[in-house]
Write a protein that binds this ligand. Structure first.
Ligand code: PMP
Length: 390
């Protein structure tokens, strides 16, 4: 008997499989709209100039690489407060700490909830980011689904969402995407956020907001509307945040977890638990990326440089969206959505056919990265998609 050799097969992540398939395709005209990273008009994911500058400063000024502790870079988490929390930045009932990316923040946030409410069900929208359910189940919490998006209509199933959340039990968790919904691009508008906040508060649900793309939609403050509204409305809120996209530091794993409770002392205790869970999992988060973000946010000139580069990324996303939307009335919905992703109403067979006939690589669900397209690929992409829709 050899336990390690007798492990069951792993069903490999279909998005990771897609990367392998695309890499193996010899056709030079291939289009990769599967991977979820920002690309510029030339099809590259460059390191931001401001990050390069911060790395230089870090190299010149860093004097030690001794341990930082379970909370990571405390100044980094402090500097994120005005960006994420806005006018609520000084609320002492909200505390945050550095995590290895948004994934680390999600895991840690759910660890905390599993500890506090082991019987909680976590309500996730259908569809949601495919990594949400496994992370929730990994901490032993149950996943429940609420309807979120109607792919054929390109619209949010708001009434059905409201009905489902209204039937959830007190102490359950509602997972919400802060902005730039992955995989659909369909974000709640301000009135819809208000309605969800009202229901969540009335039912005694705990909102867990995942915000991984702040600044990629309408703007930094606009994209934080939902996060801030939940914090204003509810005593207990969990927020998983990521800087990996808006600073373009994906592989450096830069995120944070913020927790709000009804009192400063309860928040302090929750953060002690959070630190202990972090200690068990990764002990402390990687320093490099968060140190660069800290250097940028701590310097008005560098921060201004970052905002310019972030705005350029956002403008490109929205410009590509408008180009796609203008190509055909059936793609108009793409122009009303936000962030990098959208979902085409294509069957799995149609998605596979686009792959075979046109070397277009998108997820089986029809999700594609709008800025996966370089400028010179857009027309060919829309022509192929419109043909598939006919
Ligand atoms: N939440 C959502 C909705 C995401 O799309 C992602 C990244 N794909 C994450 C969290 C995690 O981001 P990170 O790379 O920072 O772990």
């Amino acid at each position: 008997h050899s336990p390690l050799a007798d492990l069951p097969e792993v069903e490999s992540d279909s998005l990771l499989q897609l990367i392998t398939l695309c890499a193996a395709d010899p056709r030079p005209e291939k289009i990769d709209v599967g991977v979820g990273v920002f690309r510029d008009g030339a099809g590259n994911t460059p390191i931001l100039k401001v990050i390069k500058r911060a790395e230089e400063i870090l190299r010149e000024t860093q004097e030690t690489k001794a341990y930082l502790g379970m909370q990571g870079d405390k100044r980094y988490a402090e500097l994120l407060r005005p960006i994420l929390l806005g006018p609520l930045a000084d609320d002492a009932r909200i505390a945050g700490l550095q995590t290895p990316g948004g994934c680390g923040a999600l895991r840690l946030g759910f660890e905390l909830l599993a500890l506090a409410i082991p019987s909680a069900r976590v309500h996730v929208g259908t569809p949601t980011w495919p990594n949400h359910p496994p992370i929730i189940r990994a901490v032993g919490l149950e996943v429940a689904e609420y309807p979120y998006y109607e792919r054929g209509q390109g619209s949010i199933r708001f009434d059905a969402m409201v009905d489902a959340l209204s039937a959830a039990n007190a102490g359950d968790v509602a997972l919400l995407h802060g902005c730039c919904h992955n995989p659909t691009g369909a974000d709640l508008d301000e009135d819809q956020w208000r309605e969800v906040a009202r229901i969540v508060a009335k039912r005694g649900l705990i909102p867990f907001v995942d915000i991984a793309y702040q600044g990629f939609g309408r703007g930094l403050d606009e994209d934080a509307f939902g996060v801030r509204l939940m914090l204003e409305t509810c005593d207990e809120v969990v927020i998983a945040q990521s800087c990996d996209k808006n600073f373009s530091v994906y592989r450096d794993r830069v995120g944070s977890l913020f927790v709000k409770t009804g009192s400063e002392s309860a928040t302090a205790l929750a953060m002690k638990h959070v630190s202990m869970r972090a200690r068990e999992m990764w002990s402390m988060p990687p320093d490099h990326g968060a140190a660069c973000v800290r250097i940028i946010l701590d310097d008005a000139a560098l921060k201004a440089d970052w905002l310019v580069e972030l705005t350029a990324m956002r403008d490109r996303i929205n410009a590509v969206r408008q180009r796609l939307a203008a190509a055909d009335p059936r793609l108009a919905f793409i122009g009303r959505q936000w962030g990098m992703f959208s979902m085409l109403p294509l069957s799995r067979e149609q998605v596979l056919k686009l792959r075979e006939d046109h070397a277009i690589y998108m997820a089986d669900s029809g999700r594609f990265n709008v800025v996966g397209l370089s400028d010179d690929q857009i027309d060919r992409f829309t022509a192929a998609v419109v043909e598939a829709l006919n």
